[in-house]
Design a protein around this ligand. Structure first.
Ligand code: AP5
Length: 217
């Protein structure tokens, strides 16, 4: 069983690594950001509540995301493990996760923190382009699509995420510093935290992540 959490600042590369880990370990990626964006696209009550907060670069209330994750973890495909990407984001979320897993007789096996300095974070987020249809993620210079502005997978025109605009990015970074950074010592105190240098190529970072997952610290 592989129950893993990916931690890291906005744009640290959590989604990029999650895609690779899901393929390697055959476990589902649970991205609260993706789930919330889908709810916004579909105009559901959750999306209507979360949308304005996400656009402003603020976190969505804990009880909303905790409810989403609790339900998702009960689904059959999480039986062999799961990869949480973007959750938890606050200590109360981490405490709620701990309680929910305990009720299911499960625990987190490892928390991988991708460490990327702020300047590189900004360059990654500001250069990101996303496919609104299939969710594929590109970067203008580091991983561009074959045809500029067009998704390789399904030919859809790529977009800049609303919250990837410079002023929103700064807000997200300050929310991260204020609310999410304290999760590292919280998980470290439980012996779960594995720090990985997230500055290399996607493939190089992936090798490091697999190494800490399979070989300890
Ligand atoms: P979410 O979607 O989770 O956003 P995030 O944490 O800000 O993370 P990102 O998706 O921006 O980045 P990432 O780390 O996945 O990086 P990526 O791999 O794409 O959340 C969005 C919003 O939803 C939040 O602001 C909040 O409002 C709400 N929300 C979500 N979860 C919540 C929660 N638990 N509680 C409350 N609110 C919540 O990479 C970024 C770019 O860099 C890409 O272009 C990629 O190609 C490139 N790149 C990646 N790795 C490398 C590399 N190694 N080398 C070169 N380029 C790279």
């Amino acid at each position: 069983m592989v129950n893993v959490i990916l931690l890291g600042a906005p744009g640290a590369g959590k989604g990029t690594q999650a895609k690779r880990l899901v393929e390697k370990y055959g476990i589902p990626q649970i991205s609260t950001g993706d789930i919330l964006r889908e709810a916004v696209r579909n105009g559901t009550p959750l999306g209507l509540q979360a949308g304005p907060l996400m656009s402003a670069g603020k976190l969505v209330p804990d009880d909303l995301v905790v409810g989403i994750v609790r339900e998702r973890l009960k689904q059959a495909d999480c039986g062999a493990g799961f990869l949480l990407d973007g959750f938890p984001r606050t200590v109360p979320q981490a405490e709620a996760l701990e309680r929910a897993l305990a009720e299911m007789g499960r625990v987190v096996d490892a928390v991988v923190e991708l460490e990327v300095p702020a300047d590189l974070i900004r360059a990654r987020v500001l250069g990101r382009r996303s496919c609104p249809s299939c969710g594929a993620v590109y970067h203008l210079t580091d991983s561009p699509p074959s045809q500029p502005g067009i998704c390789d997978r399904d030919g859809t025109a790529l977009i800049t995420r609303d919250d990837d605009r410079p002023e929103k990015v700064e807000k997200r970074l300050s929310e991260f510093a204020a609310l999410t950074r304290s999760l590292s010592p919280w998980f470290d105190a439980r012996g779960l935290l594995r720090r990985v240098d997230g500055t290399g190529s996607p493939e190089g970072v992936f090798r490091s992540v697999v190494q800490v997952l399979e070989g300890g610290r």
